[in-house]
Design a protein around this ligand. Structure first.
Ligand SMILES: [Ca+2]
Ligand SMILES: [Ca+2]
Length: 208
């Protein structure tokens, strides 16, 4: 209890504390059965695929080219047309959010893959060599107002061998807390600290 009090006091005296990052969406695809060509994600996952297809591969299937990652998505399915892989998240206006995800090369030849990623109004393009292992990438987005915003992935081309996607998550970025304590609060805290010090000193004297 004493340690907890001291931590609170220290945080207050050092100035405005930081809010914690909160994850509001995450999917590592490990809960889905792998080895699904032209994957149709369950409705509850929120994922939709339009304009083409994606595949789901990974552990437990016969096509685990990136072992140790559970299941993951081949962004170029098996229909010679890459699908737009999309999900939606509810965001609060004025808050900055971080989209984090892992991309790797196709692992199946010498060609490169380009993946267009969008998060709200933020977009980015990633060029991946075939042999590239999974790497983590991030994108920031600060919506102007509350609402539902999309995050999406689109592999360029359609040769059935796309970049792989795994570990998609969205979290709020920590920011300063606006409710700074009033001066009286500091006085009370300092008085409390002095009391605690007095008690500790008395105890020490008593045990000596
Ligand atoms: Ca996975
Ligand atoms: Ca494929």
């Amino acid at each position: 209890m004493k340690f907890k009090n001291l931590a609170v006091v220290a945080a207050l005296l050092l100035g405005p504390s930081l809010t914690h990052a909160a994850t509001i969406f995450s999917d590592n695809f490990d809960s889905y059965v792998p080895d699904q060509l032209n994957w149709v994600p369950p409705g509850i996952s929120g994922w939709t695929i339009t304009g083409g297809t994606v595949d789901l591969h990974g552990a437990g299937g016969g096509y685990d080219v990136l072992p140790g990652n559970g299941s993951y998505v081949d962004l170029d399915g098996s229909s010679f047309a890459s699908g737009l892989f999309l999900n939606n998240v509810n965001l609060t206006g004025g808050t900055t959010y971080l989209l984090s995800f892992d991309l790797s090369g196709s692992q199946r030849g010498i060609h490169t893959d380009t993946v267009q990623v969008s998060f709200g109004s933020t977009t980015a393009s990633y060029l991946l060599n075939s042999t590239d292992p999974f790497s983590t990438f991030t994108l920031n987005f600060t919506p102007g107002s509350d609402g539902s915003y999309s995050l999406s992935y689109l592999n360029a081309g359609g040769d059935n061998r796309g970049a792989f996607l795994d570990n998609v998550s969205v979290s709020s970025v920590p920011g300063p807390v606006s409710n700074v304590p009033e001066p009286e609060t500091y006085t009370m805290i300092l008085a409390g600290l002095a009391m605690m010090g007095l008690v500790a000193r008395r105890r020490k004297a008593g045990t000596a």
